[in-house]
Design a protein around this ligand. Structure first.
Ligand code: ATP
Ligand code: MG
Length: 310
């Protein structure tokens, strides 16, 4: 079985709380916060663990918030490999206003990552065994230039490590630069920004994804389409997977669950269709859950079963 690692350059310690009403100036009394690990690659590793697989999350951890993050991952039995960072790991805040049902998500800038800390993370990923999968997911922290990401991917690919990327904007563009990514998962908006044009028709999405394949940027492109599922393309064709109609509670964590599920299937040598079905099922399973924000194995398997029969 191929090993899976994830790299998160901008991790977070997420806290969630409830408050009855929101208004300026006065004190807003909140419920006791619930803490959860956050950051793209970290959530991908958690999703893989939820699905019964194994992944090691590589990330910088700084200060007491970094220690808290590591402790939460230990509770969830997610393997970690960290680099000590000077700047404290950022904390994000999610507030649910009970009277209105509104959700407020306060996202802080990522902790600064020095060149030396980046180099230590780079050393860790370069030590991964050839043939393993490395999922690079999330934003770039302040202090890291996009070219450093391009260099890192080039170096790990040279060692035979297969990269999966889920990012956006300039970081996504930089990650595609070396070419031959094992898998890239933009949503429609991210793909549109990447190819620098609007993608209004389903055919437009397919054409844009095929361009990435034909130009050698990636071996597989899965474009996630929210409630419409996903369109997947590789060198030999394309598949479309549409989830069953369902009542979605919260779409937070859908993308990370999808990427985790697809990494797991790729590690098992699954086909494009099988991988995409499992990814869509896990993404949709994450939206059913209000408690934990990632997919559960039971819900994922139920949806996979539906997709295999439809
Ligand atoms: N409202 C929904 N109903 C059912 N399934 C959904 C819904 N939203 C997302 N999904 C599932 O999750 C997958 C990924 O969702 P989406 O396309 O929103 O990714 P994303 O934009 O990267 O999400 P994120 O905000 O988590 O990064 C979809 O392919 C789909 O299977
Ligand atoms: Mg996403």
């Amino acid at each position: 079985m191929v090993s899976i690692y994830t790299l998160t350059l901008s991790p977070s310690l997420d806290s969630a709380t409830l408050t009855p009403q929101i208004y300026p100036e006065g004190k807003l009394r909140c419920s006791a916060p619930v803490f959860e690990p956050g950051g793209g690659g970290i959530n991908v590793a958690r999703a893989i663990t939820h699905l019964g697989g194994k992944a090691t999350a590589i990330f910088p951890a700084g200060g007491a918030t970094g220690e808290h993050l590591v402790a939460l991952l230990a509770d969830e039995k997610v393997a970690v490999s960290t680099v000590n960072a000077q700047d404290w790991t950022r904390q994000n805040l999610h507030v649910h206003v009970t009277s209105s049902g509104e959700q407020y998500r306060f996202v802080m800038p990522g902790a600064k990552l020095s060149e030396d800390e980046f180099r230590q993370l780079e050393e860790k990923v370069l030590a991964i065994e050839s043939g393993a999968l490395l999922v690079i997911s999330g934003s770039l922290p302040p202090g890291v230039k996009t070219e450093r990401l391009t260099q890192l991917i080039r170096a790990v690919q040279k060692k035979g490590i297969r990269c999966i990327v889920d990012s956006s904007g300039e970081a996504l563009q930089a990650a595609l630069e070396p070419g031959q990514l094992e898998l890239v998962k933009p949503n429609q908006k991210e793909l549109s920004a990447l190819v620098n044009r609007e993608l209004t028709q389903p055919d437009d999405v397919r054409t844009a994804a095929q361009e990435l394949i034909h130009s050698g940027k990636a071996l597989r492109v899965v474009v996630s389409l929210g409630p419409q599922g996903a369109l997947a393309v590789d060198g030999s064709g394309f598949v479309q997977v549409v989830p069953p109609p369902m009542k979605s509670q919260s779409t937070v964590g859908a993308g990370d669950s999808m990427v985790g599920a697809m990494a797991l299937k790729l590690a098992q040598g699954a086909s494009l269709l099988e991988m995409t079905r499992y990814g869509v099922a896990a993404g949709s399973a994450a939206t059913i859950n209000q408690g934990t924000r990632l997919c559960s194995l039971a819900d994922t398997l139920k949806i996979v079963d539906y997709l295999s029969r439809s």
